[in-house]
Design a protein around this ligand. Structure first.
Ligand SMILES: Cc1ncc(COP(=O)(O)O)c(C=O)c1O
Length: 424
């Protein structure tokens, strides 16, 4: 397929006519699913706004319903909802029962929470490079010299990490793989869902994620011994009682096996999450169709391509559509390309988050509680390099997944804008 270059070659950032007429709207995000309003009303009027509310004798908490629905969706035996994706990572790492100061491998190319969660769990994140093709940590990136006790395998942008390959290296050494699926709800690897491949899978339902309830998260696992520990870690050492709760009493009992904290998902968020989960796969179909179309359209443009998953990835879940500029236009860096695309399309295009080895958001030395971990963190990272991470950070431009929730015309506009910027 080829993409025609618009006649007005002057870039919109330089005052030229934009590729996309400003009055052509982009899809909005988020959009409420059909049941969202009714579910919210049911919570508002039902007398139970939190899982720690006294039972009213009938009806199931939305949090319980969501846990069951999401476990079924991912294909795991257990799901423990929490208030944020960051909390999911904290309790998942805490549940492993590691020692204070143990090391955890975390890719440098991810959101800061993948590393700060390790610190919050009393562990030292050790940043490692990623595979240049997928943007995810692979078996060759694992640094076993620091004696890691866990790996946070982040599924990045639209691509999954090769968890079976990571597992093959780590499991014999007693190292646990925790999948960070904040950007991968519904993605599959050889037919298995993200979150079901590692020992634990962690999800975020924050506003921008493909499954959202504003703020929220969940841990999934098949491990029957970790599931009750996760429950306590997120509800002040309390678990759901096994029997029927009499009206006026709490569904949570003080099982008190491990020190917990309050990371509970509230009922309003759970109600919205239940509704949004029902439309997730339909939205995947639209996004993935448009992503394939854009990949085809960019096939005709030299030096540029869409990020593609490993062959074993059987479904992508696009959190951020990632355009790879193997050759950047002369004189432009990817930030300038992103600004030019934004001006051509009236849609935000941007560079990926600062890699963690130079991110201003990762600064454990600013918290007294983290000081001993921060010292070790700084010492370990003094001489490390991340060439693939740096290459991807310099050669990619991203856009939010909702860019792919509209029409095929949208993809033609994006391809035309990319061709125009490259031809400048
Ligand atoms: C890879 C990754 N991990 C963890 C998180 C943290 O999730 P939350 O913002 O819900 O705490 C995010 C959020 O952007 C993320 O992208």
């Amino acid at each position: 397929m080829t993409t025609s270059i618009p006649i007005d070659r002057r870039l919109a950032v330089d005052g030229g006519r934009p590729v996309r007429p400003p009055d052509r709207p982009w899809p909005r995000w988020p959009t409420p699913a059909p049941d969202a309003a009714a579910n919210l009303t049911a919570v508002l009027t039902g007398g139970r706004w939190a899982i720690s509310s006294p039972s009213v004798g009938d009806g199931v908490l939305f949090e319980r319903r969501f846990a069951a629905d999401f476990a079924r969706y991912v294909g795991t035996r257990h799901c423990v909802p929490v208030d944020h994706g960051s909390s999911a990572l904290v309790v998942a790492l805490e549940s492993l029962g590691l020692g204070y100061g143990d090391t955890v491998l975390v890719p440098a190319l991810t959101w800061t929470a993948s590393a700060t969660a390790a610190l919050r769990a009393g562990l030292v994140p050790v940043l490692v490079d990623v595979d240049r093709d997928t943007g995810c940590v692979g078996p060759d990136d694992l640094d076993l010299s620091v004696d890691p006790r866990a790996v946070v395998a982040v599924h990045w942008a639209s691509n999954m990490a090769d968890v079976p390959a990571l597992d093959a290296v780590t499991r014999p050494r007693g190292i646990s793989v925790v999948e960070d699926c904040a950007q991968a709800h519904g993605a599959t690897w050889q037919g298995r869902q993200a979150g079901s491949l590692g020992r634990l899978g962690c999800f975020s339902f924050q506003h921008g994620k493909v499954l959202t309830c504003g703020e929220g998260g969940a841990v999934v696992t098949d491990d029957d011994t970790l599931a009750p520990v996760l429950e306590e870690l997120r509800a002040d050492s309390r678990r759901y009682r096994g029997d029927r709760t009499p009206p006026g009493e709490l569904d949570l009992e003080e099982s008190a096996g491990v020190q917990g904290a309050n990371f509970c998902l509230d009922e309003f968020s759970a109600a919205v999450a239940c509704a949004q989960l029902a439309v997730l796969d339909d939205q995947h179909d639209v996004r993935n169709h448009n992503y394939r179309l854009l990949a085809d359209l960019l096939d005709g443009v030299d030096g540029v391509r869409l990020l593609q998953p490993a062959p074993e990835q059987t479904r992508i879940s696009i959190y951020e559509g990632t355009i790879v500029f193997d050759e950047l236009p002369a004189g432009l860096d990817n930030a300038a390309v992103a600004a030019a695309l934004t001006a051509e399309l009236g849609r935000r295009f941007y560079c990926t988050d600062e890699p963690l080895h130079r991110s201003r958001l990762l600064q454990p030395w600013t918290k007294p509680l983290l000081a001993p971990l921060a010292e070790r963190f700084a010492a370990i990272h003094r001489d490390r390099t991340y060439p693939n991470t740096e290459w991807l950070a310099a050669h990619t431009v991203q856009t939010h997944h909702s860019t792919f929730l509209g029409t095929e015309q949208d993809m033609h506009d994006v391809a035309a804008a990319v061709a125009k910027v490259l031809a400048r």
